[in-house]
Design a protein around this ligand. Sequence first.
Ligand SMILES: Cc1ncc(COP(=O)(O)O)c(C=O)c1O
Length: 373
Amino acid sequence: MGIDWLKQAVAQSEKLHPYIPGKPIAQMLRELGLSEQEVINQVASTVKLASNENPYGAPPKALKAIKQAACEVHRYPDGDCFELKQALAEKHDIDQENLLLGNGSNEVLELIIRTFAGAGDEVIYSQRGFIVYALATTAAGAKGVAVPEHDGFIHNLDAMLAAVNEHTKVVCIANPNNPTGALLSTQALQSFLHKLPPHIVVILDEAYVEYVEDMLEDSIHALNHAGLVVSRTFSKAYGLAGLRVGYAVADKDLLAVVNRFREPFNVNSMAQAAALAALDEHDWVMDKVAQCKAERVRLEQALSDLGCLAAPSFANFVLFQHQDSLSLVKKLEQEGVIVRPLAPYGMPDILRVSVGKVAENDAFLMALSKVLP
Ligand SMILES: Cc1ncc(COP(=O)(O)O)c(C=O)c1O
């Protein structure tokens, strides 16, 4: 008889479910029953708007840096990411010791939760917060406390404060939030942090901050809380999702403890080189952000005209509504467009579409008008 590996695994395994990512194009085409040759032929004409990536690609200098770094891949990367940290420290006007680099900001989030929360501890997040907070909390053996949002999906900071008790170790807040796109003001965050005991670690996840830079103060300097950890990523506006680079900015002694849990070479050499070069492409990045925001307005208007806009968004995606979201996803896939159903987030009638290039958004809107009853 086979061994029941779930029983052999640590107790919390029973409560864990694998993260469901946006469907890769080739996988979607295979699921439609296409042959491998047909998959190859159709990849280019399929539109993926399911993972909030930068549809314009990676910044040109980053692509060049990747090619150069490829010649050195027989060497281990710099485990301390010296040059990248140096550039980030300059960008944010902080010391290098205030930085923790990760294999995507996902790794940063997991490392921080794992460092501060274990059995008997609690981690607070919004019910419709980024799903990785719940997964990382459960994996760490800690208890997740999911706090319902206000109407309009806005984080309920008062309810989060009310959920704090002597077991609370970490609070996770994404701003803007994924998957809802909701935004908190700097003032709201300031007043929340002011009321929180200083030893509680607050992860302020700013994966989409580039899309709201003109609406917020710089949290790294404007917010004051001993346990504040601001996380950022190169995966969204910076166009490097496939390379996996993210980072956290926090108190150096706090990060020194997190660093004990970090594996030695967690950011690969191509990722380090590309991220460093991407930092030198600020204008390119902000130009793409501006195009994305203009397209988001257009998408929101079109979805509103179709009567299915779910909520306004401050990031590079938009939510729309349909009673039978899973069958709508299938129909859109048959039309060559991949979007994200939010059923795993407890929103069975809501879907998320990432803002693509003009032609991609046109393809989505055309497919949607065709398949909507
Ligand atoms: C709010 C939020 N935080 C963090 C991440 C993780 O991104 P990455 O690991 O690519 O940096 C994502 C990715 O979708 C996200 O939406």
